[in-house]
Design a protein around this ligand. Structure first.
Ligand code: PRE
Length: 386
């Protein structure tokens, strides 16, 4: 479909053109938009009919409705064909909702996350699945895993690590307890914090937020609110609720959480590090197909002996497999009396575990450690705004 090709886009000729009537000009452009909207709705419904037909094939063969690999492929193709002026982020949001709508036509989907509504986990869920799913908000990260494990929801979404604060131990711990749960996809959410309240900035006496959010804004707080008491709450959304109910209290929360609780935004983007990103994992109990641009997360268990890590990682060097993340902590299942507990390592690698090179490398790694679990192979995630 071509954009408007009428002469109204031409530069005004020098001086001589009579001043145009703005109402007339607007009416002309709006008529063009009405015409295009009509064609877009027709096309969107044609697309929806194709999605319904795909849904019927999936139902007949017991296939899963959500295909993150295919969604990544659709988005990449759409973005590659974009010649503007629409921003990439706009197209991304439009297609996210389109595909969410397709899934909704195929089958109802439930996704669990750490609540309450408008927590960053909830925002990550919306950015991945769109509005067409039922968000099930629960109280702990462990409960998200359990919802998926008991099949009360199709998927879950949990934070894995933050670029300022590091790993989320509660999540990694649950992979040890329920290694059957797989990572199917990732979301890299840029975290932007706001200071929000019902009072003016100079009246703020307490600031509520999650410990991580307080820590991510500590320099800003020291400079701008040096006398306010910093009080930890269970979530940024719960902090926003608190600020709504207390006169001289403010919350550090996401913009949507602050606005949903009717607060005034006193300051935006108050995080100390401009690059403040939380990486979330989408959980399910099924594996993901290769897409050609994937990564794999594994968990290794190693004895606490000199050189055991170097020896286990050597095959990555030999086969040129790139490692993009590594975290370690003592194995919580080692017995209390054990003076030399085993160590667990969480590692991200480039590639899909079903690709020959990575599969062969992982077999070589496996014989060099006490245990190797492939937590999932999934399409590489893009950054999205909170
Ligand atoms: O291609 C599919 O499998 C579809 O169901 C269609 C579609 C889409 O709207 O493009 C919708 C949901 C899937 O997760 C992937 C893509």
């Amino acid at each position: 479909m071509t954009m408007s090709d009428d002469s109204s886009n031409a530069a005004p000729s020098s001086g001589s053109a009579p001043p145009s009537d703005p109402a007339e000009e607007l009416a002309r452009h709006r008529a063009r938009i009405d015409e295009l909207d009509h064609a877009i709705v027709e096309l969107l419904n044609e697309r929806a009919k194709a999605a319904i037909a795909i849904g019927e094939v999936k139902k007949k063969h017991g296939l899963e409705v959500w295909s993150p690999g295919r969604e990544a492929e659709v988005l990449n193709r759409v973005l590659a064909s974009n010649r503007g002026p629409l921003h990439e982020e706009t197209l991304r949001s439009i297609f996210r909702e389109l595909m969410s709508g397709s899934r909704k036509l195929q089958q109802k989907t439930r996704v669990a996350c750490l609540g309450p509504e408008f927590s960053y986990s909830h925002l990550a869920l919306l950015s991945k699945f769109g509005d067409g799913v039922e968000a099930v908000t629960v109280g702990t990260i462990a409960a998200v895993f359990e919802e998926v494990d008991k099949r009360r929801v199709e998927y879950g979404i949990v934070p894995l690590e933050n670029s300022t604060d590091g790993r989320i131990a509660d999540t990694l711990d649950m992979f040890v307890k329920l290694p059957r749960i797989r990572i199917r996809s990732e979301v890299r959410l840029r975290i932007h914090h706001c200071l929000a309240a019902r009072c003016r900035m100079d009246q703020v006496r307490q600031v509520y937020s999650r410990p991580q959010a307080l820590s991510q804004c500590r320099h800003w707080l020291a400079k701008n609110l040096p006398h306010a008491a910093l009080i930890e709450s269970l979530s940024t959304a719960a902090a926003a609720e608190r600020a709504r109910n207390e006169e001289y209290a403010a919350a550090i929360a996401s913009r949507p959480a602050a606005l949903a609780h009717g607060l005034i935004l006193l300051a935006e983007n108050i995080e100390d590090q401009g690059h403040n990103v939380t990486r979330f994992a989408v959980l399910s109990d099924r594996p993901e197909e290769p897409t050609g641009d994937d990564k794999t997360t594994i968990m290794l268990k190693l004895g606490n002996r000199a050189g055991s890590l170097v020896r286990a990682l050597e095959p990555f060097l030999l086969h040129h497999v790139n490692m993009t993340w590594i975290e370690s902590f003592p194995d919580p299942t080692s017995s209390q009396s054990d003076r030399d507990p085993s160590y667990l390592f969480f590692i991200d690698l480039d590639g899909h575990a079903r690709e020959e090179r990575l599969a062969r490398t992982l077999r070589e790694v496996e014989v060099r450690c006490q245990q190797l679990e492939i937590l999932g192979s999934y399409p590489r995630g893009q950054h999205v705004e909170s």
